[in-house]
Design a protein around this ligand. Sequence first.
Ligand SMILES: NC(=O)CC[C@H](N)C(=O)O
Length: 404
Amino acid sequence: MRSPVSDYLAEVLEGCAGDTSGANADYIPELARADSDRFAVAVATLTGYVHGAGDTDVMFTMQSISKPFVHALALQDRGLPAFLDKIDVEPSGEAFNELSLEEGTTRPRNPMINAGAITTSTLVGEPDSTLAHRWERILGGLSAFAGRELEVDEAVFSSELETAHRNLAIAHMLRGYDTITEDPEAVVANYTRQCSLRVTTRDLALMAATLANGGVQPLTGERVVDPPVVREVLSVMTTCGMYDAAGDWVTRVGIPAKSGVAGGIIGALPGQVGLAVFSPRLDEHGASVRGVRVCERLSQEMGMHLMEAPAPARSVLRESGVREVDGIGTAHVYALQGMLQFAGVEQVLHDLTEEPPSTPQVVLDLSQVYSVNSVGRRMLREAVRRLGLDGLTVHVVDPEGMLD
Ligand SMILES: NC(=O)CC[C@H](N)C(=O)O
């Protein structure tokens, strides 16, 4: 069978191809020269399979899509409190290249706007690392997210550095407030280098999938960053990733995302997929016009909006009743199923409180449970303990060690 997913993606591209509004970024001469008609979409699963349509293997530069990944590396290397000392996590509602700091402090408003991202690039590695080492860490870290060695597009890098007046102004402002302590020009060079890393739409989908997968690269199996780092990064992408269009994006698309001025956009849907689109013409917020359209369609048609919660799980209580159990005798059997989180386990605990087991022997059968989160586990353990205090004998059937 031919997978319908890639055919569907081709259909989405075709449907959005006609929109030729917007324009290539022109403040970076090399980007102005890029082929505006390129168009690609890729969806990477958490098992590492990439569905794609269009120019999925054409190279372009990451630009601001590098920001969430460098943010992740900085959090991994320094921890959240040290990071928050330097950079806030509030949406700025401003353009990405605004020369601004949070009112009354010396912190950039978030790590997705340039002021925050330039500062973030100085938080990668050890506090006393040289800028050269920081760059090695950025290159190695972003390559680990992609699952292959990335390279800098030297033409874009020098073109952008020659015209980086605004980013230099931002860096000098940051240096003036001691938010960064290194040479502002060298810091901007590192930041510009990270923006100039060459990727394909396919690479970006896999990088996004690494975030969707809790920090483990789906193809290489490497743990690139820890789950709490991913949670922080995806939260900031949700609120700040699309700059001054973030609110519009969250309501219409509802996928943690990041745009770049070369025309790429990534989206990471936790626990499901990583996606990426590429089309160089940009809207007034610096996001790809057709890229935004594709994301809107995917979100709507593939039910990917974060706030579109799955239908309430069927009861996690598969069976509750008294019967003969081998080796135990007459017992009240509670058989649970599926995925156990707060709401599901609460139902079971509620039943146990309202209608206590009708025999002194109780069997809690978890053999059909395939996952339990930490609150679900704690609640169930506590239930077992309390049933014991009530004088009941509880036999837990837990072949997969869900309660361990
Ligand atoms: N939004 C972007 O992609 C901006 C990135 C670009 N390198 C800049 O700093 O201006």
